[in-house]
Design a protein around this ligand. Structure first.
Ligand code: TRP
Length: 450
């Protein structure tokens, strides 16, 4: 059966697929979330669980998602329905697509708020508000923003509009080219920042904090690490399926996925190595929470020569990285409305974008007006983040692993992964059938008992 009839065309090469997938993967998860979670959760042990989850659970599941995407050749919901019918005769597994699409909208709702903070900082860096004399104000600047719901709503709206605009135009056009330039730039700038951080006197302490396990890990922390391994790789909601659907035959899925995972992990580790030396050199606490990046970096940058330019460039790049990621959060739901319900692309984008935009208000107010509104002892933002990242992404990831490893016939998966080596295929199949599901179950059990 020909599945080439996909509505949206194919990537032109392996490189363009890897770029788009890296664009989806590298974002606030690496530069904002990873450091602040490592900070809250005590460093070392958290970081090792996170890295192990990327390698042992995330990578095999990424391969599985791309594989399912390419085989289904459709948006995640319809693709999963098709594969489900093909492999089992029933449509149950399309639930996976559904859960993924819903999760994506929820994540986008707060992702856009935080990206809005980055927009705010970009503007402030541009008009040079953080001038050298006001170093001490980096913390104050964040507090001001945090306590200004209207300002956050405006930036959230601006960011959401930027994302919707690109998705309405169709994801593949300018994205390839833009990401191709921006990613290497971001990478370079992070290297410069790490180089600078290495000279601040806090570097050794930062390395120790990040890579030396200081204490055991409670169950919740391990689950958070697992969830964020999914988050950073953009797994568990159908993004990689949606992008895999446009992958031409004959391109190695395994090698592409390894390239994406490696690039993504390097960016996260570099961000940690750029931020924590500053934290320690300036006598700040690692557990600053979601404001960590926004409090530490301006202070550090402005001490270096030419710092205000670096600061500006950094925030521009951060916004762009978040932009490429947010596009991927919108795309699966939009593709489904377009393909399945024949809704014009622009209108589909408006519908999905509007839903995420409204939900985003909950996050904005979590930091000010509704800071005291707690469910299970946590703010709305914290709940939204925990439920999507630590529960839904691993759950959907688990279902994807079970489908690809146990439900789908060996001939189907071998067929898709045939470009790779036989040994590689065997390792993947073992990982997707045993390592990934059992790893997820082990972490969930650990959480339940500790
Ligand atoms: N991975 C992105 C980041 O690190 C965020 C993201 C994009 C994402 N698409 C996703 C997270 C899909 C989970 C699922 O910033």
């Amino acid at each position: 059966m020909s599945r080439r009839s996909s509505l949206q065309g194919l990537w032109s090469s392996r490189r363009s697929f890897v770029l788009a997938a890296t664009g989806a993967a590298v974002g606030l998860g690496n530069i904002w979330k990873f450091p602040y979670l490592a900070g809250i959760n005590g460093g070392g042990a958290y970081v090792w669980v996170y890295l192990s989850c990327i390698l042992a659970i995330g990578l095999p599941i990424m391969i599985a998602e791309v594989l399912l995407g390419r085989r289904g050749r459709r948006n995640p919901i319809d693709g999963m329905r098709l594969l489900s019918e093909e492999e089992t005769g029933g449509g149950w597994w399309r639930t996976v697509g559904w859960a993924g699409v819903a999760t994506g909208i929820l994540i986008l709702s707060y992702y856009s708020v935080v990206a809005g903070w980055a927009l705010d900082y970009t503007l402030r860096a541009a008009i040079n508000l953080f001038d050298r004399g006001e170093l001490a104000q980096a913390g104050r600047a964040f507090d001001q923003l945090r306590n200004a719901p209207l300002r956050q709503v405006l930036w959230h709206t601006a960011f959401m509009a930027m994302s919707c605009w690109i998705v309405a135009k169709g994801v593949k056009g300018g994205l390839e080219r833009t990401v191709g330039y921006l990613m290497p730039l971001l990478f370079l700038l992070l290297l410069v920042m790490v180089g600078y951080a290495a000279g601040t006197g806090g570097f050794a302490q930062a390395v120790d904090f990040l890579f030396h396990p200081h204490a055991g890990l409670d169950g919740r922390t391990a689950l958070v690490a697992l969830g964020n391994a999914f988050f950073t790789l953009s797994l568990g909601m159908g993004v990689m399926m949606a992008y895999g659907a446009y992958l031409p035959e004959g391109i190695s899925i395994g090698r592409s996925a390894i390239a994406v995972a490696v690039a993504d992990t390097i960016v996260a580790v570099l961000a940690g190595l750029a931020i924590f030396p500053v934290v320690f050199a300036q006598g700040m606490q690692p557990a600053l929470g979601p404001g960590l990046l926004f409090r530490t970096l301006p202070a550090a940058f402005l001490q270096m020569p030419g710092g205000s330019i670096f600061l500006l460039v950094f925030f521009i790049l951060l916004v762009c990285a978040a932009w490429a990621s947010s596009i991927s959060l919108l795309e699966p739901a939009v593709a489904w409305l377009v393909e399945r319900h024949a809704i014009p692309r622009a209108r589909a984008v408006l519908i999905i974008g509007a839903i995420a935009w409204v939900i985003g208000f909950g996050t904005v107010f979590s930091f000010n007006r509704w800071a005291d509104v707690k469910v299970f002892g946590q703010t709305i933002f914290q709940n939204l983040d925990f439920v999507t990242t630590a529960i839904l992404l691993p759950l959907v990831g688990m279902l994807i692993a079970l489908f690809a490893g146990w439900v789908m016939s060996k001939s189907s998966s071998a067929d898709e992964l045939a470009e790779g080596s036989l040994v590689g295929y065997r390792v993947w199949r073992f990982a997707i059938r045993f390592v990934a599901p059992l790893g997820i179950i082990a972490i969930v059990i650990h959480k339940l008992v500790r």
